[in-house]
Design a protein around this ligand. Structure first.
Ligand SMILES: C[S@@+](CC[C@H](N)C(=O)[O-])C[C@H]1O[C@@H](n2cnc3c(N)ncnc32)[C@H](O)[C@@H]1O
Length: 227
């Protein structure tokens, strides 16, 4: 998996590459590359944005700047690029990131993430260069960088070798193994703390009953998704 992140703040992503499960997949050949929009801007003084037509507050990322960045980095016509790889523009009103979309993206060989800033992208960027517009939730961040990190984290941990124990990924919240339900509750030592005990069944050593208890709790949680 090769992930290219187009951003005005490439330095944000240094820690991500050192994070354990990300470092694990990078060591196995995956790559994260940050591309600074400013590097390719055709405008003077590193300009990348401009005032909105029609007036109003804030600045908008320019279509010619994103065009130049994609063209400069990939050496192809940016309008064609999205038929070769997923080009994902990050925006609060985009398709909500969920487990299904994460699985879809994890199956791709390469992703391009476009991080917006200020008032966001000129609409023509979304219309002509992006294959997808993705949101990590119905709230507004200051920039697309945290959203890109969320996508990288969620996608890369799906790849072989990311997690210390591959079983961790098999039975997680929203996985097929749990019929799309949230995961069951976990407990560890001490078995009693301040009078708070652990469900007896988990201490029983009876694997079938434990399995059944976990399935039931998971389904129960699926019935009340608000927690
Ligand atoms: C301040 S936001 C722009 C908000 C935009 N004016 C609006 O009201 O929808 C700047 C950038 O942050 C990113 N962003 C903010 N919230 C996001 C979210 N929930 N999911 C994904 N990206 C987000 C987008 O790339 C966006 O272009």
């Amino acid at each position: 998996m090769k992930i290219d992140i187009f951003t005005l703040f490439p330095e944000w992503f240094g820690w991500l590459s050192r994070e354990r499960h990300v470092a694990n997949v990078l060591a196995r050949g995956s790559e994260i590359e940050c591309v600074d929009f400013r590097r390719y801007t055709p405008l003077s003084g590193g300009q990348v944005d401009d005032t909105p037509f029609g007036g109003g507050a804030g600045m908008v990322l320019r279509v010619d700047v994103i065009d130049a960045a994609l063209r400069g980095h990939y050496g192809v016509e940016p309008v064609e690029l999205r038929s070769r790889r997923r080009v994902i523009a990050l925006a609060p009103a985009g398709r909500l990131l969920d487990e299904a979309l994460v699985n879809e993206l994890a199956a791709e060989p390469a992703l391009t993430l476009l991080c917006g800033r200020y008032e966001g992208f000129d609409e023509r960027i979304l219309e002509n260069f992006a294959s997808d517009v993705v949101s990590i939730g119905r709230y507004v961040l200051s920039g697309g960088e945290p959203a890109a990190m969320v996508i990288c984290d969620a996608v890369l941990r799906k790849l072989p070798g990311a997690l210390g124990d591959e079983r961790s990924a098999g039975e997680e919240s929203f996985s097929e193994a749990l019929e799309g339900n949230p995961e069951y509750p976990h407990y560890t030592r001490p078995a009693e703390y301040r009078g708070w005990t652990v469900p007896e069944v988990l201490l029983s050593g009876h694997h079938e009953r434990i399995e059944q208890w976990r399935r039931e709790r998971s389904r129960e949680r699926g019935g009340r998704r608000d927690r």
